[in-house]
Design a protein around this ligand. Structure first.
Ligand code: PLP
Length: 155
């Protein structure tokens, strides 16, 4: 397991990596490590459906609310960031495979003091390294391109 984590960290150019039992375990753990009751999350639209359900069904019960925004509109994101503790990105997004300017979005979030998490499953570390683009935390569903055969549930 540690060898896998070290490989992922190397591929993503991150300080370290943590392997969990599924993509949703990685997504929920990463988000819960950042937010507390009363916090607001800003999220791009068209995230993976179970991430959306985690936001709407689970987090709301614990007093965390989520606002959704068009990740392709930098000015709108910049204006919306203040007051949020987490900016959640997925690029390319689920459903419509919309690619966002991750570097510019993360720069704006950093300026606003907002932590960023990105689901990098669709790009894979081969095509996009969000840490190098200024993102704080990267999550993957490793049953996709990382395993390659849809026969494991990981990370
Ligand atoms: C973009 C994306 N993120 C996260 C997940 C969740 O991963 P897992 O099924 O390993 O929980 C999926 C699964 O389809 C996904 O497509």
């Amino acid at each position: 397991m540690r060898a896998f984590e070290e490989k992922i960290a190397k591929l993503e150019g991150s300080e370290d990596a943590l392997a969990l039992s599924s993509g949703m375990a990685a997504i929920s753990s990463a988000i819960l490590s950042v937010v507390k009751p009363g916090d607001r999350i800003l999220s791009v639209k068209h995230v993976y459906p179970d991430t959306f359900r985690f936001f709407e069904i689970f987090l709301r019960k614990f007093g965390v609310s989520v606002d959704y925004i068009d990740g392709s509109n930098l000015a709108t994101v910049e204006a919306a960031l203040p007051g949020h503790s987490l900016f959640y990105l997925e690029s390319p997004t689920s459903w419509i495979m919309e690619a966002h300017d991750v570097k510019a979005l993360c720069e704006r979030a950093k300026e606003a003091g907002v932590t960023t998490i990105i689901d990098n499953s669709w790009a894979s570390p081969i095509f996009q390294n969000p840490i190098k683009l200024g993102c704080d935390i990267v999550v993957h569903s490793a049953s996709k391109y990382i395993s390659g055969h849809s026969d494991v549930v990981l990370v």
